[in-house]
Design a protein around this ligand. Structure first.
Ligand code: HEC
Ligand code: HEC
Length: 344
């Protein structure tokens, strides 16, 4: 099965390339525009790994042209011939905006983040995984991709990895899930994801971003998490944000949820929900003044509790009765990467 869709994908990418000579179609006439001496971003002597990296970049160019350029474009601008037919557009690397990072918002990803995306792919969109790609080729294509991003070396120095602790054992407990619902209300995730996590009642239906285009907020009931689906991954996702698609929620925002902020959301709650949540809401500080008075250790403990509660709640939605695409029913080799089933 896997071979089959990879071939289908290769065909989808190649067929338009074969028709490259049609007049009037400038996009198809793209020629690889770089000379070899422009590949490196590090001057000789500046970096002991210079020669090694230059060799890898050369190898990475070949890998990129074979496997990536059809979608991401020879220049990395996301305008490969296959991009026309894709609903979620391939990333334009020249904009330097990345969604799936372990670093802070607006920073470049770590190499390991790129490695994960290339190895595993992104479920629900056309970005395929390359689990069988030779390791050196993966490392080489990463080095090459970095040359497509303006000022990679300079900007990479700013990167700070967001700390992700280990998830507690009780992620499926009702206590956590119900408190997580409270945090979800307090932090207003529903503005984009809907009050039910499936988009119902969302006030922001589409996020428009200059670098990333139009993005639909994720329907959590589908259970597809492109940044990874472990508890730690989901924790990381909202702590780092997703480029222009989703803001980064920092510690202060997470800490801020209190009884007053949640009460202000009453209009959006389902009937009877307030009563159901009351015992859990009672475990939250009454208002911001009360939070302000807490010592640092107590604040930290609350941030960590809120974060894991929120992850527990988001994960619980994938088992929601409204779930339309339960993973369980899919054949063993279908991890949602079939190319044509672009979805949120
Ligand atoms: C069939 C089309 C297709 C091919 C082939 C493809 N990609 Fe992608 N890629 C995409 C799409 C579409 C996205 C954007 C997904 C999204 O925004 O959620 C993407 C996203 C990515 C990202 C995520 C960037 C981020 O924002 O974090 C990386 C990294 C990436 N691709 C690298 C590669 C590499 C390297 C190759 C070749 C080895 C490749 N892609 C081949 C379609 C493709
Ligand atoms: C301003 C709108 C907005 C708000 C507010 C928002 N999100 Fe998102 N979120 C998005 C968009 C858009 C996506 C889809 C991004 C994509 O993959 O293209 C998304 C995707 C996600 C994902 C899936 C990421 C993945 O790995 O595929 C998670 C988890 C998530 N959001 C959690 C949250 C949580 C928790 C909150 C509240 C604290 C929240 N979001 C608030 C816009 C928003």
């Amino acid at each position: 099965m896997r071979e089959y869709w990879q071939w289908a994908l290769a065909l989808a990418v190649m067929v338009p390339l074969l028709g490259a000579d049609q007049p009037g179609d400038t996009k198809k006439a793209d020629v690889y525009p770089y000379a070899i001496n422009q590949w490196h971003t590090t001057e000789p002597g500046e970096n002991a790994n210079y020669n090694h990296r230059k060799r890898l970049i050369g190898r990475g160019l070949a890998v990129y042209q074979n496997h990536c350029a059809g979608c991401h474009g020879v220049k990395g601008d996301g305008l490969g011939p296959a991009s026309d037919r894709l609903q979620v557009k391939p990333r334009d690397f020249t904009k330097g905006v990345f969604k799936f990072r372990s670093t802070r918002q607006l920073q470049l990803p770590m190499e390991i983040d790129l490695y994960r995306v290339i190895s595993k792919g992104l479920p629900g969109v056309s970005m395929p995984g390359f689990p069988l790609m030779v390791e050196t080729d993966k490392l080489a294509v990463i080095q090459y991709m970095k040359t497509l991003v303006p000022n990679w070396d300079e900007q990479a120095k700013q990167r700070q990895v967001v700390y992700v602790p280990q998830a507690p054992q009780d992620m499926k407990s009702t206590e956590r899930i119900m408190r997580g619902r409270v945090v979800y209300l307090g932090m207003q995730c529903g503005r984009c994801h809907g009050m039910d996590g499936a988009g119902t009642g969302a006030s922001i239906g589409v996020v428009e971003d200059e670098a990333l285009g139009s993005i639909l907020p994720r329907n959590f009931t589908r259970g597809r998490f492109r940044g990874g689906d472990s508890s730690e991954d989901i924790y990381r996702t909202f702590h780092t944000g997703l480029g222009g698609a989703m803001p980064q929620f920092d510690d202060n925002v997470i800490l801020y949820t209190n009884q007053q902020t949640v009460a202000a959301q009453a209009d959006y709650m389902e009937q009877g929900e307030q009563a159901k949540l009351a015992p859990y809401l009672a475990q939250f500080p009454k208002n911001s003044a009360e939070i302000f008075k807490l010592d640092d250790a107590a604040k930290r403990a609350l941030i960590v509790r809120h974060s894991w509660d929120l992850v527990a709640y988001v994960k619980s939605l994938t088992l929601h009765p409204k779930a339309t695409a339960p993973f369980v029913a899919a054949p063993a080799d279908d991890n949602g990467q079939s190319g044509e089933d672009d979805e949120y």
